[in-house]
Write a protein that binds this ligand. Structure first.
Ligand code: ADP
Length: 558
C-alpha cells in the first residue's frame, strides 16, 4: 500500500475508533461570560449615557449581580427557559443586564430595531411570539400606539425608576417595580449549550425581516473567534456605536467582558458631537459602527477642529467603506479603519480586513487592501460558486455567490421550513464577491444590487467607491435601471456636500480613468437627502421606489 492509498482512506476504519477525551464537560453558556468578567475584571468600567443624557458608571461585578437579580425577577413574573423577551432600547448597562439576565435562565433575548415602521415591529413581535417587552422611556409613544395589537405580550417594563415612571395606558411597570421581587437566584446557567440564547431579525434591506436564533454555544464561540480577529484585549476601551439591536451588536456585548475590555455605551445620543464628547471624556480607544457614522464623525471633527488622540481603531462593517474615508481618517486624524464583513446570519463576523506588509510599499495598494472585506475568521469556511453551483478559483477575478458555513452560521431561519443550506452545509449569503490569491475576500455586490448589463455584471460597489473619491461627494449609490439594449444600466445617485457644485459630465470625467468605459453611468441624478435604512446603510430599496416612476423599474419594492 502506498502513502497515497493510506491518505485516501477514511481517517478511522471500522476497527479503529476515536477514544473519548478525558476533559471536563463545561457547557458554553453566556452566563459564564459575565461570571468570568466579574471574577477576572470586577472593576473594569462600563459607562453609559442614559435617557436623560447623564453618564452612569458601573462595573462588570455590578452588572453580574444585577443580571442575576433580573433572572430571579423574570422567574417571579413567570418568565422562564424558552420564553422570548423583547427589548426596545439603546445601548446601555441596563440593556446588557437584560441580555445576561435572560440568558442566565435559558430565556431568549430579542432586541428589536425601533427604527423599523410600527407595522414591521408588530409583524416581528407577532412572528417571534415575544412574551414581554422592556423599553427605554423614549419608546413609550411607539409601544403605546401598538400595544393593543401585541397579543403575545403580557408584561411591559419601562427601563426607569418608580419615581420617574410616566403614566401609560397599557399597564407598563417600572424596572424598579419589576425587580422588587428579584433576589439572587440559586441556580444560574447550568443548561445545555445548544439552547437558544438570542433572536435577531435581519434589517430587511432586501426582503421581509427574517429571524436568526443564536444558541449559547454559537454566541460563546463567536465571541472568542471575533475577539481574536479584532485583536481586542484587556484594558481597551470599546465604544459600540452599532446598536445592540443590530446584528448581535457585532458580538461586542460578549467579547468585551470575555477579554476585560471596558465599554462606553452612547445611549440615545448618536450624533457626532455627542460621540466625540464620549471619546474625549472616557478615553475611547476603539469604536464600532457602519461607515456613514465615521464619515459624519470625520466631517464634524474637520469642521470643529477637534481631535481624538486616544482613538486608535474604528471597526466598520454593514456596507462597503470607501477608500476615500479610510484615507481621510488616517491622514487627518491618525485613526485606522478596520473593515469587517458579516451579516446577522453569521453572528455576524465573517471576515476581517487589513493590510499585508507588501501592500504598504504603495499607498493606493494599501488603501485598496484596507477597503476589502478581508480574510475569513477561524470558524468561518468560505467558498465562491457560480450560478451552476460550481466552485470558482481564488484568482481575484472570478466573482460568484459567497457561501459560508461554521459553528456561528445559521442552519435555518426561525419558524421557517425553507431549506437554506446546500448539501455541504453552505449558506448562500446573497452577496457576490471574489477571493484574491492572498485569500482576501472582496464583496463586489449584493446579488440583488448587481447591475446586469449586456450579459455582464457591473459592480455597484466598485462604481460607488470610485465616485466617493471625489471630495465634493457626500453620499452616492448605484442602482440598476432597465435598458432596452443592455437589459440594465447603472444609475448613479449622488448627494453633494453642502457648498459644492458639480455637473453630471464633471462626475463622468472624474470616473473615466477609474472604471471600465462600459461601466460609466450615462445618467446621474442629484438627491437632496440620501435615504438611510434602519441600520444607517443607504437604503437602495427606497431609492428604487423613488426612481421607479422616472426610469420604469418594475417590482421596485421587491
Ligand atoms: P440586512 O441583510 O437586513 O442588511 P445585515 O446587517 O445582516 O442586515 O446585513 C448584512 C449585509 O451587509 C451583508 O450580506 C452584506 O451585503 C452587507 N455588508 C456587511 N459588511 C459589509 C462590508 N464590509 N462591505 C460590504 N458589504 C457589507
Amino acid at each position: 500500500m502506498t502513502l497515497d492509498d493510506i491518505a485516501a482512506r477514511a481517517p478511522f476504519d471500522d476497527a479503529k475508533k476515536p477514544i473519548p477525551g478525558l476533559m471536563q464537560n463545561w457547557p458554553l453558556t453566556i452566563d459564564k461570560i459575565i461570571t468570568h468578567a466579574a471574577a477576572a475584571y470586577p472593576h473594569a468600567k462600563i459607562v453609559s449615557r442614559g435617557n436623560d443624557l447623564a453618564l452612569r458608571t458601573t462595573t462588570y461585578a455590578e452588572i453580574e449581580q444585577q443580571s442575576r437579580r433580573i433572572s430571579s425577577a423574570f422567574a417571579a413574573h413567570g418568565v422562564g427557559a424558552g420564553d422570548i423577551v423583547a427589548t426596545i432600547a439603546w445601548n446601555s448597562d441596563r440593556h446588557i443586564e437584560l441580555w445576561y439576565g435572560a440568558g442566565g435562565i435559558g430565556a431568549v433575548i430579542h432586541p428589536l430595531n425601533p427604527r423599523l415602521t410600527p407595522e414591521q415591529i408588530i409583524w416581528i413581535i407577532h412572528h417571534a411570539g415575544d412574551c414581554a417587552i422592556f423599553l427605554d422611556p423614549a419608546f413609550l409613544p411607539l409601544v403605546e400606539a401598538i400595544a393593543g395589537s401585541l397579543s403575545s405580550v403580557r408584561l411591559f417594563v419601562l427601563l426607569t425608576s418608580e419615581v420617574e415612571m410616566p403614566a401609560n395606558t397599557f399597564g407598563a411597570i417600572s424596572l424598579e417595580a419589576f425587580l422588587a421581587n428579584g433576589t439572587r437566584p440559586e441556580r444560574w446557567g447550568d443548561f445545555p449549550e445548544d439552547g437558544a440564547c438570542s433572536l435577531f431579525y435581519t434589517s430587511g434591506t432586501t426582503s421581509n425581516p427574517k429571524g436568526v436564533l443564536y444558541s449559547h454555544r454559537s454566541n460563546s464561540l463567536h465571541a472568542m473567534l471575533a475577539a481574536m480577529a479584532y485583536g481586542l484585549t484587556t484594558g481597551d476601551i470599546m465604544m459600540p456605536v452599532v446598536p445592540m439591536f443590530h446584528a448581535n451588536c457585532w458580538g461586542l456585548v460578549h467579547i468585551a467582558p470575555m477579554i476585560g475590555a471596558s465599554l462606553v455605551l452612547p445611549g440615545p445620543a448618536l450624533d457626532p458631537a455627542s460621540l466625540h464628547a464620549l471619546i474625549e471624556s472616557e478615553g475611547v480607544t476603539h469604536a464600532a459602527g457602519v461607515p456613514t457614522m465615521w464619515s459624519a464623525l470625520h466631517q464634524h471633527l474637520m469642521q470643529t477642529g477637534k481631535r481624538v488622540p486616544t482613538l486608535r481603531r474604528l471597526f466598520t462593517a454593514g456596507s462597503a467603506v470607501p477608500r476615500s474615508l479610510i484615507r481621510r481618517l488616517r491622514d487627518d486624524l491618525d485613526v485606522e479603519i478596520v473593515t469587517a464583513w458579516g451579516m446577522t446570519e453569521t453572528s455576524p463576523s465573517g471576515t476581517i480586513g487589513g493590510y499585508l506588509p507588501r501592500h504598504l510599499a504603495d499607498d493606493e495598494d494599501a488603501l485598496s487592501a484596507a477597503a476589502r472585506q478581508g480574510r475569513m475568521l477561524y470558524g468561518v469556511e468560505m467558498t465562491i460558486r457560480d450560478e451552476d453551483g460550481q466552485t470558482l478559483p481564488h484568482d481575484g477575478r472570478s466573482s460568484g455567490r459567497l457561501m459560508v458555513r461554521g459553528p456561528a452560521v445559521l442552519s435555518a431561519y426561525f419558524r421557517s421550513d425553507v431549506k437554506i443550506c446546500d448539501e455541504d452545509g453552505y449558506f448562500d449569503t446573497g452577496d457576490i464577491g471574489v477571493i484574491h490569491p492572498d485569500s482576501i475576500m472582496q464583496i463586489t455586490d449584493r446579488a440583488k444590487d448587481i447591475v446586469k448589463s449586456g450579459g455582464e455584471w457591473i459592480s455597484s460597489l466598485t462604481i460607488e467607491d470610485a465616485v466617493a473619491l471625489h471630495p465634493a461627494i457626500e453620499h452616492c449609490a448605484v442602482i440598476g435601471i432597465p435598458s432596452e439594449r443592455w437589459d440594465e444600466r447603472p444609475l448613479l445617485i449622488v448627494r453633494l456636500r453642502s457648498g459644492t457644485d458639480m455637473s453630471a459630465d464633471q462626475i463622468r470625467d472624474f470616473l473615466v480613468d477609474k472604471l471600465p468605459k462600459w461601466w460609466l453611468p450615462e445618467i446621474v441624478e442629484f438627491i437632496e437627502e440620501m435615504p438611510l435604512g434602519a441600520t444607517g446603510k443607504v437604503d437602495k430599496k427606497r431609492l428604487r421606489l423613488i426612481y421607479a416612476p422616472l426610469f420604469g423599474m418594475v417590482g421596485a419594492a421587491a
